[in-house]
Design a protein around this ligand. Structure first.
Ligand SMILES: Nc1ccn([C@@H]2O[C@H](COP(=O)(O)OP(=O)(O)OP(=O)(O)O)[C@@H](O)[C@H]2O)c(=O)n1
Length: 373
């Protein structure tokens, strides 16, 4: 029985990238032997085990055959006679199809090291097409490595286009698609994810709402800025739905986020940013009522955590950000100092208390405009 480090850990090790996740392949072992050694099985029919101490994944060397659509359509053949080379050939890209033994020797039957040097994302074999998720994975790797100069091999792009032509992409679950998208949003060149999917004719199947944004250079440059992935997402949706009247824009964003199973943290920021970005960018021109309305719409007195994300978004899309960056936090600080209890002590209650609070808050906004805050 032989154990090898495989996949992304070998790739990133050779690239000098940090390695977060280590996957292992075990050649020449049976499930019974793994269990005897204390490994825990991941699933009933799946030849993958968890190491009792490290918690890392150890998979028995296997071949895969596709026998139907979607993830249920995979058949595994794991047996002690499956070789390392046979296991590696079913993998997606040559740079992901290398193995390293415990002496640091690399097994690289499909020229992954050459492709790392030449900076090419290249499929290993026609088995690439057995898993449509790989269209998204290649786009995500391009988002990660394009800055290093990586490109996609033309033949691999053709396989991606062929996959996109059929109905395979429709069989991916929304969760898996979102997972790849979210990871791409956190990479160095997230715009490359969209550009690649567009080139593969896959964007129309996966995110048809984003086609115009993916063709727009200004949007692509904006989302490539080094900001939080949630901010990039908000900027992208702002561009995607810019032509929708403001009154209906929220509906479109909510539908997009429902359809794509977007986490609330992404959805909520996008809703806020898309509806209030014009006000934020023109903060210095807002009157007292508009400033207070902005604070209330963004719920900033209760939910401060969005402020820095919204300001990150402004730093990317606004022409002038000095006013909002300096004055909005200052206004919030002053508004927070208003003590409703003092108003209650003056005898205000119920609706009258709400009105008195509003007038006091408005006066604070006016003080900021008058430069006396
Ligand atoms: N659809 C997939 C998913 C995974 N793999 C193979 O399984 C390995 C591990 O997959 P995973 O942990 O998902 O990705 P990594 O390549 O390790 O990349 P990342 O750094 O993004 O985790 C990959 O390198 C690749 O060899 C594959 O061929 N096809």
């Amino acid at each position: 029985m032989q154990t090898y480090l495989v996949g992304g850990a070998v790739r990133d090790n050779l690239l000098g990238y940090p390695v977060y996740d280590r996957d292992w392949v075990v050649v020449g072992a049976t499930p019974e032997q793994m269990l005897q050694q204390g490994f825990r099985p991941v699933g009933k029919d799946f030849p993958v085990f968890i190491h009792p101490d490290s918690g890392e994944e150890y998979a028995l060397a296997r071949t895969e055959r596709k026998s139907g659509k979607g993830y249920a359509g995979f058949r595994y053949y794991a047996s002690p006679d499956v070789t390392l080379e046979e296991d590696l050939i079913r993998r997606d890209l040559t740079i992901n199809a290398m193995a390293m033994d415990d002496q640091g020797n690399i097994t690289d039957p499909y020229n992954g090291q050459r492709d790392l040097q030449q900076k090419v994302l290249r499929h290993v074999s026609p088995a690439f097409s057995e898993d449509p998720l790989r269209v998204l994975r290649v786009a995500r790797f391009q988002a990660r490595y394009a800055g290093l100069g990586f490109t996609i091999a033309p033949q691999t792009l053709r396989l991606m286009q062929q996959l996109a032509q059929g109905d395979e992409l429709e069989h991916l679950t929304a969760e898996r698609v979102w997972q790849e998208f979210q990871r791409a949003l956190g990479e160095d060149s997230p715009q490359q994810f969209l550009v690649t999917l567009l080139q593969a004719n896959a964007l129309i199947k996966l995110f048809p709402e984003l086609i115009a944004a993916a063709r727009d250079t200004q949007t692509l440059t904006a989302i490539s800025q080094p900001v939080d992935p949630r901010v990039r997402f908000a900027i992208l949706l702002r561009s995607a739905f810019a032509k929708i009247p403001l009154a209906q824009r929220n509906q479109y964003i909510k539908k997009f986020c429902d359809d794509h199973r977007t986490p609330n943290a992404y959805r909520d920021l996008a809703l806020q940013f898309c509806s209030q970005s014009d006000q934020l960018c023109h903060y210095s021109q807002l009157d007292a009522e508009q400033r207070l309305e902005l604070v209330r719409q963004l719920d900033l007195l209760r939910r401060d955590e969005h402020l820095s994300l919204l300001l990150q978004g402004c730093s990317v899309i606004c022409k002038e950000t000095l006013a909002v960056e300096q004055q909005l936090p200052q206004l919030l600080e002053s508004l927070r100092k208003i003590n409703p209890k003092a108003l209650m002590d003056q005898g205000f209650k119920g609706k009258a208390l709400g009105e008195a609070l509003y007038r006091t808050q408005l006066a604070v906004c006016q003080q900021q405009i008058d430069g006396v805050l």
